[in-house]
Design a protein around this ligand. Structure first.
Ligand code: NZQ
Ligand code: ZN
Length: 381
């Protein structure tokens, strides 16, 4: 096990009716900026519940944070925050609203352009405190300090790290309005967050392995039920908590991490607009296949424990395990080949060139460079 420091101060407020508790979490004298997406929160009563809970607080609203939030929209929100002198932010929506809010809160304490903070992490110092009401289980943004910010002008998408939410409200009832495609992408995103922190090396931490496998097996168990329309409270509650636990640091203590699939996937979103979780379902089988030799022991452990697949021939077993993983994503209703999703060979060339210029060496062994990325993309074409 590697050395590590673990710290996660976010207060989780979980369950039916929990939105009413936010009033007790935000001091009454705070000027609150509420941040929203495109309006889903008005279709499912979340907006009404938030406004009712904060009826005695002074609030300003910012609307229009788009999926894959852009710096262009964030700049407008920061202007409003500064003009109104808001000193608390409440993000209400999916991961995109939460991610945008992380940069809004950091830029609220910074005098220059918010994009500087994305390009130069050392410039980040502090944030306006913020809480969240998450309505889409997927990103784990409700209990981590990461955000992913897009730039509409340059078609780029980069990670940004600030500070944790003070609190996050997770009410599974809020997910009842989610379209099936967003559910499928959320399930894939959750599954692959675990994979990024698990499918690396064996023997680093049996405890982390079992926790990670617990989340993977849970997603495999509930996904078909949720997909078949049984969106019961219990299944959605399990999905929601799985998504949070998959990316809040609890399964990454002392173990190697990969994240190559995510960084390649971000390019597909930036260049082609494909939804985040969907990009991962497309790329992961390619990452597994191209890197199967360096990841072989862990692939075999994963195959045996999650899919009950074993074979004396490792290469054959790996092939079956990767196929089973791909089939799982297909069973969610996702098309998992680049060519089925409007991505052409030119896009592969552009991604390879970007990775070459950025001198990327991704993955737990830093082996995923521009050439390996091209192999991964060609495999899933
Ligand atoms: O904008 P509104 O109207 O709210 O609609 C949203 C949006 O159109 C809708 N939606 C959200 N909750 C809903 C709902 N519709 C009906 N009922 C509900 N309860 O769903 C659409 C997608 O929302 P979005 O927030 O974009 O999805 P998601 O939560 O998957 O977030 C994706 C973003 O998070 C980043 C991704 O890169 C992407 O930009 N990620 C953030 C991470 C993090 N902070 O740690 C890690 C992830 O790996 C990921 O990269
Ligand atoms: Zn993700």
């Amino acid at each position: 096990m590697n050395n590590f420091v673990f710290y996660n101060p976010t207060r989780l407020i979980f369950g039916k009716g929990s939105i009413s508790k936010i009033s007790g979490e935000i001091p009454r004298d705070k000027k609150v900026l509420l941040t929203f997406g495109g309006g889903s929160v008005k279709s499912n009563d979340v907006y009404n519940q938030v406004r009712y809970a904060l009826k005695d607080h002074s609030c300003t609203e910012f609307w229009g944070i788009e999926p894959n939030p852009t710096i262009q929209t964030i700049r407008k929100a920061v202007e409003l925050l500064k003009r109104e002198k808001s000193d608390f932010i409440l993000a209400v929506g999916g991961g995109s609203v939460l991610d945008a809010t992380k940069l809004i809160s950091a830029a609220g304490m910074y005098i220059g352009d918010p994009w500087d903070l994305v390009l130069h992490p050392a410039l980040y110092k502090e944030s306006v405190p913020y809480g969240t009401v998450i309505t889409l289980p997927a990103t784990g943004s409700e209990m981590n300090k990461g955000a992913v910010i897009s730039n509409r002008d340059t078609h780029e998408k980069f990670s940004f790290y600030s500070t944790y939410p003070k609190f996050s409200v997770l009410d599974p009832v809020t997910t009842s309005s989610l379209p099936p495609y967003q559910i499928a992408c959320g399930l894939a995103d959750t599954f692959i967050h675990v994979i990024e922190q698990y499918l690396t090396k064996t023997g680093e931490s049996p405890l982390m392995d079992r926790w990670a496998e617990g989340i993977l097996s849970t997603i495999v168990e509930i996904a078909p039920k949720i997909r078949e329309g049984e969106r019961s409270y219990e299944y959605m509650a399990t999905f929601m908590l799985s998504a949070t636990m998959a990316l809040n640091g609890f399964i990454s203590m002392g173990v190697s991490q990969d994240w190559a699939t995510h960084l390649i996937g971000h390019e597909l979103t930036a260049l082609k607009g494909i939804t985040h979780g969907h990009t991962l379902a497309i790329i992961l089988p390619g990452t597994m296949w191209v890197l199967r030799h360096e990841k072989m022991e862990k692939i075999l452990q994963y195959g045996k424990r999650i899919w009950n697949i074993e074979d004396r021939d490792n290469e054959k077993a790996a092939g079956m395990i990767i196929q089973k993983t791909a089939d799982f994503f297909t069973s969610l209703g996702l098309k998992i080949r680049l060519s089925e999703n409007g991505v052409d060979r030119e896009t592969i060339r552009v991604i390879k060139e970007r990775f070459r210029k950025r001198d990327y060496h991704l993955g737990e062994n830093r082996s995923v460079d521009a050439e390996i990325t091209e192999q991964i993309l060609n495999y899933v074409y």
